[in-house]
Design a protein around this ligand. Structure first.
Ligand SMILES: [Zn+2]
Length: 249
């Protein structure tokens, strides 16, 4: 962190869990955000404004009108623009110190592995099982911590997998192709602030991982029922036949 911006982060620096040292650590940190929709826009905005120094933002999509209610980096004038370009400009405007790398593509293969390996934490803000599986595998293989979020209708969930630890479950232990719910927000709908709730929690968990702060959510899934206003946390058992975990051990 440059010494001429302590005021910007004064409320962080006042926290005993962060202080000047922690804020400087955030400034040196690199987060990869995959998916710039309802989860990725609030998550990236909070990470940028919180002083995480380096963000790589990845999405292959363009802004459309149905995005605007919940994808809070975009406005009506951005319709038709690539999400990465609009998001990068907004994030830089909020924090000119920020280094932003735009990846206007669907990441896979070696490119995905390299992008994950270059980051200190990965936020999976995608909306489909195929991407989630690939991201989980890349994070597990490169020992990069993963924060995974999802939301649909008036429900959301979040899971943390700290792959820097040698043991523990992965996303693939929680979901397999056989039990993954293939519903999507286009068909089922989504209440805008619910996805923001999950996106903000993803940013909080990512910052804790970057700072080395303990979390009770590692290897667990936190499930939020927005209609009831309640939540619960479930430990994810490691599946004996998980192919991703098998390659880690
Ligand atoms: Zn696993």
């Amino acid at each position: 962190m440059s010494d001429d911006h302590p005021l910007r982060h004064a409320r962080h620096i006042s926290l005993p869990q962060i202080g000047m040292e922690g804020q400087a650590r955030l400034a040196r940190s690199h987060a990869l955000i995959i998916g710039l929709g309802g989860l990725g826009t609030p998550a990236s905005l909070y990470l940028a404004n919180s002083g995480v120094g380096n963000l790589t933002i990845c999405d292959f999509d363009r802004v459309d009108e149905t995005n605007l209610a919940r994808q809070i980096l975009y406005g009506p004038g951005d319709i038709g623009q690539t999400k990465t370009a609009v998001a990068a400009a907004r994030l830089r405007a909020g924090n000119p110190q920020l280094q932003v790398t735009e990846m206007d593509q669907r990441l896979s293969g070696d490119e995905l592995t390299d992008a994950v390996d270059a980051a200190n934490v990965v936020l999976d803000c995608t909306d489909n099982f195929a991407s989630r599986t690939l991201i989980n595998r890349a994070c597990a293989h490169t020992a990069t911590p993963l924060v995974s979020g999802a939301a649909i209708r008036i429900e959301g969930q979040l899971a943390v997998f700290d792959f820097t630890k040698s043991v523990g479950c992965c996303y693939n232990c929680l979901y397999t192709e056989a039990n993954e719910n293939l519903e999507d927000c286009a068909g089922q709908g989504i209440l805008a602030p619910v996805v923001g709730t999950i996106g903000c929690m993803m940013a909080t968990e990512a910052i804790k991982l970057l700072l080395g702060l303990a979390t009770d959510l590692n290897g667990k899934v936190w499930i939020y029922d927005g209609l009831a206003g309640s939540s619960r946390t479930i430990a994810i058992p490691q599946r004996d036949d998980c192919p991703v975990c098998a390659t880690r051990q």
